[in-house]
Every structure is written in structure tokens, then in C-alpha cells.
Design a protein around this ligand. Structure first.
Ligand code: KG4
Ligand code: ZN
Length: 371
């Protein structure tokens, strides 16, 4: 079954064809990063207009890469939320029009569920045969960390989600993005902090970890404030800073630092603080709920330090009681927003009868629920 997935919830216009929920036949992403970089973050109206111009060429490219005609699409799947309203409208309308004109079922997918299901996808190796990995085993614990969300989820079967914890303030990706802005490193923050941190000492600066007792919730706002205080002495006086950027993020104007500022150590210490809390709480949950698999999902799952730290914590805490528990994460291209994950999730949603009607609306504030 060929499912055409469409994703326009934030700043990536994406389309993909996935066969039978797992085999990625094409995965096309038109990134708007360059469009938003000058503003230091995603500007909703620009994002929506970017999707309007990109969506049809992206769908065409996805069909072309998969080597199928429109008639070869069996199901059309689209992200219904959460996300930016104007951005979601573009994808949902195009998906509806395609499904309606082709006479095919439409499936509306929760963006968070799609991120989780990126872990079921298999990418072709050398453009030919896919990696034949078995699907993740239940029960599993999934840490979903993206620019807008930080959620710890227990999944006992397909479509069965139990929320164990979530962020009380900033999302993990947001913490990376704001930290990078405070250090004058640019946007998006995750990849740049990871790169700069490679040359740094993660133990040089002692940044706070918000453990919040035994809870599985997270909090990153105090960490950001602590970074601001640590970086302050190294900032150039305002008269030597570059002209302020114009845009909707004035509280985080690009900062300029003295040449001897320990930016690598600051970035490495900051990254270590974000990653440690995420990894320890996920491993604790895996132990408590007897997880057979631990999954990472979302844009921050691309972070190498998080992957290593989580694997260490799971081995250290879970293995003595549960035996080896595999830690899995999608390849980086399937961690950040893409449409293959939407098409993949739709296959399993359709098996549960989750077909959408033509009156389907967008849901900008959608949460992940399900029993
Ligand atoms: O999942 P995603 O593409 O979009 C949302 O649904 O939000 O996640 C984007 C987020 C951004 O905050 C970005 O800084 C972060 O993922 N990110 C990373 C890395 N790559 C992307 N964070 C840490 N390390 C990375 N390598
Ligand atoms: Zn996302």
C-alpha cells in the first residue's frame, strides 16, 4: 500500500511516499530555514506563504522520486496538528483536494504521533534494498523532543499512548535554540550547539539540572537564565555589538562575544545539562515500566550527545534488571520534520480505522492522547 504523506505544520514543506508503513520510497523536504534565519525564529505568516509556493512541486518531486503516478497513490495522509494554523491549512487543503480528486481515503495524523512512528521507517541502503530491522517491540518508552514539544510517552501497543511527563516551560529544542541565540551562534540552535560543543569541555561550567523530584516532567527555563548569567562577562559592550536584527524575537538579539570567550565550553556545558536530565528520566521510566525498547524521536533526537547519554543511562539503569534494552532513533533526516513519518503513522492509524472525513479541520493545539 502506497501512502502519500504531506507535512506542513511548521517551517518544512514535505511530501513522501511510504509503502506499507515502513519502506520509504521517497522523502522530499523543502526547508524554509534560510527564510526564517534573518528573524532568528519561525515567522508564522512567512511559513504559511512558503508552503503555498512549495507544496505542489514538493508533492510532484515525491511522486517522481518514488517512480509512481498520482493514480498509484492508495491513501493520502496529512498532518492535522499541532502546529501553526496557517501552515497546517496549506497541507490539509492540498491533501483533501488530492484525496478527493483521486477517490482515495484521507488520513489526518497527529504530528507528535508521526515523530514517534519515524522509528518504524526503513530507509533504502545505497538507494536499493531497505534495512530489514524488526519493528520496535512493545511496551516501549519514547522520548519525543522537538522544537515545540518535550514528552515522555509509554506505548503499550500501536496507538496506545500514556503520557508520563512533559515540559513545564520550554521544549528541549527551544532550549537549544534559545541557548544558541544567547551565545550568538545563530539559528537553528540544536545543530550549531552540537557542532560548537564538540571542541568544548562539558564539565567546565556547572549548570543547573531541574530534576523536579521523582516526576517525569521537565523544565528548561532556569537553565537558560543560568547560561545568560555565565555568558554575560564575556559579552562585548553594546556599542561594539552588531546592529540589532529586526524581527519578532527582540529579547534574543544576536550577541557578540570577545574572541577569547569560552563559547565551546559554554555550549558543551549547556548541552550536557539539557541532555542529562532527558536521558536519566527516560531511562528511569524505561526501568519502572519494564520497557522492551526505548525510542528517541523529534528534531533533538538528531543530537549525538543525547543518543550516547541515553544509551549509557539505559544500559546502566535497566540492564541489571531487564536485560539489554535496545535504544533506537531514526536517522537524522527522519528526526527533523518530514512527511515519511506522517505516511508511516497513517498506515498503522488506518489499520485502526482512522479515516478522516471531508469536513476534517486543522488542530493547532492538538495533544497526543489514546489508550
Ligand atoms: O522536530 P523538529 O524538526 O520540528 C518541530 O516539530 O519542532 O525539531 C526542530 C528542533 C529545533 O529546535 C532544532 O534546534 C532541534 O530540533 N535540533 C537539534 C538538532 N537538530 C535539530 N537539537 C539538538 N541537536 C541537534 N543535532
Ligand atoms: Zn516536528
Amino acid at each position: 500500500m502506497n501512502i502519500l504523506g504531506i507535512e506542513t505544520s511548521c517551517d518544512e514543506t514535505a511530501a513522501s511516499v511510504v509503502a506499507d508503513g515502513r519502506r520509504v520510497r521517497s522523502n522530499v523536504v523543502a526547508s524554509q530555514i534560510a527564510l526564517h534565519r534573518a528573524h532568528g525564529g519561525v515567522v508564522p505568516e512567512l511559513a504559511a506563504r512558503g508552503h503555498v509556493t512549495a507544496i505542489i512541486p514538493v508533492v510532484e518531486a515525491a511522486l517522481g522520486e518514488a517512480g509512481i503516478e498520482r493514480a498509484g497513490v492508495d491513501v493520502v495522509a496529512v498532518t492535522e496538528g499541532p502546529g501553526l494554523a496557517g501552515a497546517l491549512l496549506v497541507g490539509v487543503n492540498v491533501a483533501k483536494a488530492l484525496a478527493y480528486s483521486l477517490g482515495r481515503p484521507l488520513v489526518a495524523i497527529n504530528h507528535l504521533e508521526a515523530h514517534v512512528y519515524a522509528n518504524w521507517l526503513m530507509l533504502p541502503v545505497d538507494g536499493t534494498s531497505p534495512v530489514a530491522e524488526p519493528p520496535p517491540a512493545f511496551p516501549l518508552v519514547c522520548l519525543l523532543v522537538s522544537g515545540g514539544h518535550t514528552e515522555l510517552i509509554l506505548m503499550t501497543d500501536h496507538g496506545h499512548y500514556r503520557h508520563l511527563g512533559r515540559t513545564l516551560d520550554d521544549a528541549a529544542g527551544e532550549a537549544f535554540d534559545k541557548g544558541a541565540r544567547l551565545l550568538g551562534l545563530g539559528y537553528p540552535g540544536g545543530p550549531v550547539i552540537q557542532r560548537v560543543a564538540e571542541a568544548g569541555d562539558p564539565t567546565r561550567f556547572d549548570l543547573p539540572r531541574a530534576w523536579l523530584g521523582e516526576s517525569y516532567d521537565f523544565s528548561f527555563s532556569g537553565l537558560k537564565t543560568a547560561l545568560l548569567r555565565l555568558a554575560e562577562p564575556y559579552r562585548l559592550p553594546p556599542s561594539l555589538e552588531p546592529a540589532p536584527t529586526v524581527g519578532p524575537f527582540p529579547e534574543h538579539q544576536a550577541a557578540a562575544f570577545a574572541p577569547d570567550a569560552p563559547l565551546a565550553d559554554l555550549a558543551a556545558s549547556y548541552q550536557a545539562a539539557v541532555v542529562e536530565v532527558l536521558a536519566v528520566k527516560t531511562a528511569r521510566a524505561a526501568l519502572e515500566f519494564g520497557a522492551k525498547t526505548v525510542l528517541l524521536a523529534g528534531g533533538v533526537a538528531a543530537n549525538a550527545a543525547l543518543r550516547t547519554c541515553l544509551a549509557d543511562e539505559v544500559a546502566r539503569r535497566c540492564e541489571p534488571e531487564l536485560g539489554p534494552v535496545p535504544v533506537r532513533y531514526p536517522p537524522p533526516a527522519l528526526c527533523t520534520d518530514n512527511a515519511a513519518m506522517v505516511a508511516g503513522a497513517a498506515f498503522y492509524a488506518l489499520r485502526r480505522g482512522a479515516q478522516a472525513g471531508w469536513e476534517t479541520d486543522i488542530h493547532p493545539r492538538l495533544r497526543l492522547t489514546g489508550t
